[in-house]
Design a binder for this molecule. Structure first.
Ligand code: MN3
Length: 199
């Protein structure tokens, strides 16, 4: 088995396409260095273990349940950033429509309220982590999680997620995490992609 079992997917846009909301420099570092490094580490750490034979999704769940922390950290981050890039598109879509909008209204009263709650929860993540939108039996839920943790590890269904590690925003927003989150929610989310993830 080749060491390159897990391969970093291509970005669904050019490196400078998300500017000015996310600069070309940030995408270059975040995708080219950080995201790549999680894949490299995962390949190195998993070689010769059962994880090397699994799909990335299965590694996330299995390593989390096994308490294999180093594998999980890298597999989780490899998985998390795929969603992160895939859910964005240059210019974004101003707001969701159809069933997605209905569910947001049911769970958060309005789209504006959803954005405000999502931003608040993002700020509430202490240190490094992620803010996720999850679909469960009762509707939609916003969940902040530390480090590499994601809904998949807990058997939950992920719709979207924003990286709130400082490497995601420090070059463009310094320490002002809420401005970074708001700017993505207002101007970069591909709501058709998020909507397609509904169960
Ligand atoms: Mn990151």
């Amino acid at each position: 088995m080749s060491n390159q079992k897990f391969i970093l997917p291509d970005l669904p846009f050019e490196q400078n396409d998300l500017a000015p909301i996310i600069s070309s420099d940030t995408v270059g570092l975040h995708y080219g260095k950080h995201h790549q490094a999680y894949f490299t580490m995962l390949n190195n750490l998993s070689e010769g273990t059962k994880y090397h034979e699994m799909s990335l999704d299965d590694v996330v769940v299995s390593s989390f349940n096994d308490g294999a922390q180093k594998i999980f950290n890298n597999a989780g981050q490899a998985w998390n950033h795929i969603i992160y890039w895939d859910q964005m598109k240059p210019g974004g879509e101003k707001m969701p429509s159809g069933k997605m909008l209905e569910m947001i209204n049911d769970s958060f009263e309005s789209f504006d309220n959803f954005k405000e709650q999502f931003t608040q929860q993002s700020v509430g993540v202490f240190g490094s982590g992620w803010c996720w939108l999850v679909q469960n039996d009762n509707g939609l839920e916003i969940k902040g999680m530390p480090n590499a943790e994601n809904p998949l590890a807990y058997g939950e269904h992920t719709l979207m997620g924003i990286d709130v590690w400082e490497h995601a925003y420090y070059l463009d927003y310094k320490n002002v995490r809420p401005d970074y989150v708001k700017a993505i929610l207002d101007g970069l989310i591909n709501w058709s992609f998020v909507s397609d993830r509904l169960k």
